[in-house]
Design a protein around this ligand. Structure first.
Ligand SMILES: CC(C)(COP(=O)(O)OP(=O)(O)OC[C@H]1O[C@@H](n2cnc3c(N)ncnc32)[C@H](O)[C@@H]1OP(=O)(O)O)[C@@H](O)C(=O)NCCC(=O)NCCS
Length: 159
């Protein structure tokens, strides 16, 4: 995992169905068209999906600070969802989750990572560039809620 952890007690774990209430709250504060519980449950039941949580642990409690959902399919790691709770942003959590995706890709002998991102989402685009992604194409009107284009980004998987 990345050494850029501001939180001392962060663990990256598999997502459980019991995490869904916390995840859905983060989802609602993060996206105009949030995923539903059913959508997350489908990912959790899918053989090719990987669903991870960043947990922030203290003596008293463990809270979900963020999560990532991606697919390992056709030799590619394809990012499907990533969000960090507002109060924990800008502290490296998303970067650590992206590093976890890359590590799992390496373990599965996958050589490329890809994602789509709204062209207006400058924060996420900066994150992905920091993780080595470059824009390789555009999907016109990909987002049906806002009729926005998606940037298609790719990164090689390097150890
Ligand atoms: C995008 C998002 C996941 C970033 O999470 P985060 O934990 O705050 O990101 P990190 O702290 O790991 O930031 C890593 C890098 O991303 C970039 N970045 C992240 N947030 C940024 C912001 N608000 N402004 C500018 N750059 C930003 C920076 O390059 C940053 O590196 P730096 O801190 O060294 O400058 C978070 O803002 C979020 O949940 N947004 C809403 C959901 C979303 O848009 N998800 C992505 C869908 S494609």
């Amino acid at each position: 995992m990345s050494d850029r952890k501001v939180f001392s007690q962060v663990t990256i774990d598999l997502m459980n169905k019991t995490d869904l209430p916390e995840i859905l709250a983060i989802e609602r504060e993060s996206f105009a068209s949030p995923w539903t519980a059913g959508m997350f449950s489908k990912e959790l039941d899918s053989a090719h999906a990987r669903c991870l949580c960043a947990r922030i642990n203290s003596e008293d409690e463990s809270v979900v600070g963020g999560y990532i959902v991606f697919w390992l399919v056709a030799g590619e790691a394809h990012l499907h969802n990533l969000a960090v709770k507002k109060e924990y942003r800008r502290q490296g959590l998303a970067f650590v989750l992206m590093e976890a995706m890359k590590e799992i890709a390496v373990e599965n002998k996958i050589v490329a990572q890809t994602l789509e991102v709204r062209e207006s989402n400058t924060e996420a685009i900066k994150l992905y560039r920091k993780c080595g992604f470059v824009v390789k194409g555009i999907r016109p009107l990909y987002y049906t809620d806002t009729f926005e284009d998606a940037l298609i980004m790719w990164a090689d998987v390097k150890k």
